[in-house]
Design a protein around this ligand. Structure first.
Ligand code: HEC
Length: 102
C-alpha cells in the first residue's frame, strides 16, 4: 500500500516537472524578448519611468497581464499592439524568461 502511494506520488511529480518544462522555455522567451527590450530594458530593467521593470516579475502575473493587453481588458496603446501577435506559448516563454532574471 505504502509502495503504491509512493509510486503514484512520483508519477505525479514527474508529470508536473514535464509540464513545467514544456509549458515554458526560457531560451525561447529570451529570443522573443528582443522586441520588448527597447522599452523594458535589455535585462528587464527599464530606463524610462513609464515603462515597468519586468526582471524578476512573477510569471503567472505577467501572463495574466499579457493576456489582458491582448484581449483589450487592460489598455495601453504600446502593449495592446505588442501583445496582439503573442501566442499562449510565447507568453509563457516570455514570462519564464523575465521571471528568471534578477
Ligand atoms: C513601445 C514600448 C513597449 C514595448 C516594445 C513593450 N512594452 Fe510592455 N509595457 C509598456 C508600457 C508603457 C507598459 C505599462 C502599461 C501601463 O501603464 O498600463 C508595459 C507593461 C507591460 C507589462 C505589465 C507589467 C506590470 O507590472 O503590470 C508586461 C507583462 C509587459 N509590458 C510585457 C511586455 C513584453 C513581453 C513585451 C515584448 C513582447 C513588451 N512588453 C514590449 C511598453 C512596452
Amino acid at each position: 500500500m505504502k509502495r503504491q502511494i509512493l509510486s503514484v506520488l512520483s508519477a505525479v511529480a514527474l508529470a508536473a516537472a514535464a509540464n513545467v518544462a514544456s509549458a515554458a522555455d526560457v531560451a525561447a522567451g529570451k529570443a522573443k524578448a528582443a522586441t520588448c527590450g527597447g522599452c523594458h530594458g535589455a535585462n528587464g530593467i527599464s530606463a524610462v519611468p513609464n515603462y515597468p521593470n519586468l526582471a524578476g516579475q512573477k510569471s503567472a502575473y505577467m501572463i495574466k497581464q499579457m493576456k489582458a493587453f491582448k484581449d483589450g481588458t487592460r489598455k495601453d496603446p504600446s502593449m495592446n499592439a505588442m501583445a496582439k501577435p503573442l501566442s499562449d506559448a510565447d507568453m509563457a516563454n516570455l514570462a519564464a524568461y523575465y521571471e528568471s532574471l534578477k
